[in-house]
Design a protein around this ligand. Structure first.
Ligand SMILES: O=P(O)(O)OC[C@H](O)CO
Length: 843
């Protein structure tokens, strides 16, 4: 961390505090009963002030100046990096919205199950052990031991090895190749029999080895010990671990159900594994078996993970040959056996940690195992739980290096030790876990059969997969017309995909926005050239209002200035804080607009960008429609541009198609068009667009009269033709441009990638060469300052752009991984169309 920035930040903040209105609660000292901030807080929330950010413990940092200080109030200056006390505690008594309600269209029955529960509304900090406040000294001193001893970890974790190895599936998988490879007719019967036995023994051993390397062996005592250890560790690293009591009530109720829970969290950090297990232990919920990549099978740590429920899987399977057949078979059987035995599972469906802070499109491998178990009737049903973990600061390092083109360094024992050493010497603010409402997979599957958008979604996916994979024989079937239950294998495939997309969408929508997300977002998008503390505070307040109006929660509360100060300290490496002498002394805050700092800020900002993604693409669609000379025929007498809804929707859908790997704009049960039409209302309400005429010519229904049952099926109703006038108000146009700018760095990355396609006109590249050259070109643009958005050279969108071009059949990759243009695009004009298709959305 830049020492000067830190010094400035503290100095200017103290000065600012002295100027601040004391009634705002920003100024206080430890244990000061007259502290106005405390008083204001007490007036607001009563005497029952709770929750220090870090658990009271004799293991707390020793350099405490005032050991007698009221632990519910921490002084700002107490320890280095200390969090201002007002940032978090106020939330505990406040009603906070319960996010994560399950989908009204897909999971009505599951939703009803939880309707009778009146969820608590407050937040709880797991690290706070206030319940021991009134106990004797011994219990207070050893509150974590006392707490962990009281946790119920008596759940059963049966060993399923025998069942897996003796299962018909595994036995058949072992026998089939033996019988095929060594046919008795070919050789002497005795000799063949001997070879068969040898081969059988070999394969049995292989299956045994696969199982032993994969399976978890949960030790309950170790779980208890780890929970205690994590209290100490997290107490040192984090200010709080917040959970919503209402969500936990629902989760606990679901854990009483006989259907196993399958937790599907978004993956942002290696800490996710520990945090989720830790939270569940402290709430007396059975710990899940957690799928971890075999990159984490490192000495000592893998032993620990395995005994906490981790099982290790290969990250890539060979589907082309039979090499991994036995592996897949053991894995499928293992997952089935766990579910049949009522064990809970935890998968990270994105497959990898998000380097950009945005959710990634789901991978289907592990999820398909669960879906198959249910669709094949081996397991009656499971409850799916989307989860999101929001960090103020992630502990993982190296994300920005990877986005700048460095190859990820594989995990190793020493590297892990080094990382732990680095991590424990700093603090990471607050963490919040949000659990979506559990919903039944069977119900989701039934809903899929009834919903037209889901059928369309399934149809497009199956068509894509069939075109991309020669192994899928049912080429180009149109599933819109058939019941999904007739689809057989394809039904499982489509169900897995739809479920994955829905879960990621749900998890993103139940994520609390943290202070660092907001500050990074504001600095990158509202105050890129820097701003004063006062202006930042005003924008912060407006953004908070906007987030809450979108039925999302923020992961903090308390005095605004303290929150911003806290966020700036966590982002101190990436911002410059200075004092500027104008008429009065002003605090000036500026983001570091250079790499890698920009990428780091983008990581935190992206959480908020996702929230505005649909509005942002719509703003791009509106502007592109207005600028497209073919799409508006005239200007009215005021000279306002006239754009048709049809053109706006067309343009916006094009952009959604381009950015389909960056955002999941709508869940699979809603048609994109209906969501866009709904979002357009905001633009008409603000008068950015004014409705000119609404004719029903050509529409089937003649009015907007769909009933409730079909409100999700707007795609089957023709949309009335609507024309809009685009506002001429500078203020509204600036807002439109602002919304457009939110996705501008991404659009720029895709545009640069499209331009690079021209290199393929006369030559081929290997996939890696092409990506490296593209990345070098994007970085050169940054160095030469020909782009407003240096973050556009991030590796991730460039990689995604190449995937999209493959999907569009602009490029193809042959068996030797060489990239070339597809025939239809091997000409300048066709390539120009691709470039233009993306370029029209540039800022
Ligand atoms: O691809 P990575 O490095 O994000 O790996 C993340 C997973 O947790 C590995 O199991």
């Amino acid at each position: 961390m830049d020492a000067e920035t830190m010094k400035n930040l503290d100095a200017v903040y103290k000065k600012w505090q002295n100027r601040a209105d004391p009634a705002g609660g920003g100024i206080y000292t430890a244990g000061d009963a007259n502290d106005p901030g405390r008083k204001a807080w007490q007036d607001k929330f009563g005497d029952n002030i709770q929750a220090p950010q870090r658990a009271p413990s004799r293991f707390r940092p020793r350099k405490r100046k005032n050991k007698q200080a009221d632990l519910s109030f921490q002084p700002l200056t107490e320890v280095k990096f200390h969090v201002p006390g007002a940032v978090i505690p106020a939330i505990y008594k406040r009603r906070r919205p319960v996010m994560g309600a399950s989908c009204d269209r897909c999971c009505k029955e599951s939703k009803k199950l939880f309707e009778d529960i009146t969820p608590s509304w407050g937040m709880h900090n797991i690290l706070s052990q206030n319940l021991y406040k009134k106990h004797n000294l011994l219990k207070r001193s050893f509150c974590h031991i006392a707490f962990v001893r009281a946790c119920n970890i008596s759940h059963e974790y049966p060993d399923v090895k025998q069942n897996v190895m003796q299962s018909a599936r595994v036995k058949t998988c072992i026998l089939t190749p033996v019988l095929q490879e060594h046919s008795l007719s070919d050789q002497d019967i005795k000799e063949a029999e001997k070879i068969r036995r040898q081969r059988l023994t070999e394969l049995e051993k292989e299956a045994d080895t696969i199982y032993n390397r994969m399976a978890a062996v949960i030790y309950r005592r170790f779980i208890r010990f780890t929970a205690w250890f994590l209290f100490k560790l997290f107490g040192r690293l984090l200010s709080s671990i917040q959970i919503h009591n209402g969500q936990m009530d629902i989760l606990r109720e679901a854990s009483q159900d006989e259907r196993p829970l399958v937790f599907l969290p978004l993956h942002k950090s290696h800490m996710d594994y520990l945090l989720l297990t830790f939270v569940l232990v402290t709430r007396d919920i059975k710990v899940p078996h957690v799928a971890a990549g075999d990159n984490l099978r490192i000495p000592v740590f893998s032993w620990m993970l395995r005994h906490l429920g981790g099982f290790f899987i290969k990250r890539k399977l060979d589907h082309s040959s039979r090499k991994d057949e036995l592996y897949k078979c053991v894995l499928q059987e293992y997952v089935e056996q766990l579910l049949q035995n009522g064990q809970y599972l935890e998968f990270y469906i994105e497959g990898s940690r998000s380097r950009t802070g945005k959710a990634m499109v789901p991978k289907s491998g592990l999820l398909s195992l669960v879906v198959n178990s249910v669709t094949e009737g081996v397991v009656p049903d499971v409850n799916i739980v989307p989860v999101n973990i929001s960090y103020e600061k992630v502990v993982d390092s190296g994300y920005t290096n990877e986005l700048l083109g460095e190859v990820k360094r594989p995990e190793s024992f020493w590297r892990t030790i080094k990382s732990i050493w680095r991590v424990i010497r700093t603090t990471y603010g607050n963490v919040r876990l949000d659990f979506g409402q559990p919903f039944s997979l069977q119900e989701f599957s039934r809903s899929m059969d009834l919903s037209q958008p889901m059928k369309d979604f399934a149809s497009s996916l199956v068509a894509k997969a069939t075109v991309n994979s020669s192994s899928r024989s049912s080429l180009l079937r149109n599933y819109s017309d058939v019941s999904l239950s007739d689809m057989g294998d394809d039904k499982s495939f489509a169900l897995t995909k739809a479920l994955g997309y829905h879960v990621v969408y749900d998890a993103v929508n139940c994520c609390a926005v943290m202070s660092t997300n907001m500050v990074a977002f504001l600095l990158l998008n509202n105050h890129r050239q820097g701003t004063t503390f006062e202006e930042l505070s005003a924008s912060f307040e407006r953004l908070r209002g906007e987030i809450i109006s979108r039925e999302r929660d923020v992961g903090f509360s308390g005095e605004k200035a303290a929150i911003i100060h806290h966020a700036l300290r966590l982002l101190a490496d990436d911002v410059i804080v200075t004092e500027v002498q104008k008429f009065i002394m002003e605090i000036h805050i500026q983001p570091k607009l250079v790499l890698p700092h920009l990428l780091n800020l983008t990581f935190y900002s992206n959480q908020v960008v996702s929230l505005f993604a649909l509005d942002s693409v719509l703003a791009c669609g509106i502007t592109a429609a207005a600028e497209d000379s073919e799409s508006y025929d005239s200007e009215d007498i005021d000279g306002k541009k006239i754009v048709s809804q049809k053109t706006i929707l067309e343009k916006t859908k094009q952009l959604c198609d381009i950015l389909q790997r960056e955002f999941i704009f709508v869940p699979p049960c809603i048609s994109l068009e209906s969501a866009l039409i709904e979002a357009l209302d905001k633009f008409t309400a603000s008068e950015t667009l004014k409705i000119m005429q609404q004719s029903t010519a050509g529409s089937r229904g003649g009015d907007w009269g769909w009933d409730d049952e079909h409100d999700a099926d707007m795609s089957i109703i023709d949309v009335p033709e609507v024309d809009y006038k685009l506002t001429k108000s500078d203020e509204l146009l600036t807002k439109l441009r602002y919304l457009k700018s939110l996705v501008a760095p991404l659009v720029e990355s895709y545009w640069v990638s499209a331009c690079a396609l021209r290199w393929l006109s006369n030559q081929t590249f290997s996939e890696t060469e092409f990506l490296t050259a593209l990345h070098a070109c994007a970085k050169e643009r940054v160095q030469e300052e020909v782009t407003f958005f240096p973050e556009s050279c991030s590796m991730e969108p460039l990689r995604n752009a190449i995937r999209i071009f493959k999907e569009w059949k602009v490029i193809q990759v042959d068996a030797d991984s060489r990239v070339s243009l597809c025939d239809a695009y091997n000409d300048e004009d066709a390539l120009f169309d691709v470039i233009e298709k993306i370029g029209q959305f540039k800022l």
